[in-house]
Design a protein. Sequence first.
Length: 182
Amino acid sequence: MKVMNVVFGIGIAVILFIVVMLGTQVFYKEPMYENYCNYSRYPTPVSVCNIDLCSNNMSVPECNILIKEKQPTIDKQQAYYDSCQKEYSDASKIYGKNLFIINNVAGIIAVIASLFLFGMVNIAAGTAFAGLALIITGFIRGWQGIGDVLKFIVALVIAALFITFAVIVNKRYSKSSRKNKK
């Protein structure tokens, strides 16, 4: 019976985690690089050092003239690349920040819900573990988009909640084990 409780607890943790992550993907789409940087408009920037730009049979002055002719195109391609890269990076940071909030809220809710499911150990453990996994994922994905002060405050609140909940669980467990011994 204990093995089954462990198996179902792990299963519940994995399934709840997947459900929340898939639900987030369905309702809050992650920015895609291709939506910001469309190289059909401008091909990948060519480098001035690109071997294909000057052929082997060209002299250095001829190659310099060719580079000078191509420089406006190269500059335009590089400007487009820099611009789209910045837009994508900014959108990714905002997404990470929002994912940080979504996962931490969902994780805290799951951990709180596990306290109300304490009578069913495997369900409570699975729900709590899924909450912990969501919180960790939120921190990992949102690390670049969140300031250190907010990360610290959220981590402090979560640590306090986990310690408080651990104390509550231990008190409940010690009460129930005392009753079983009598």
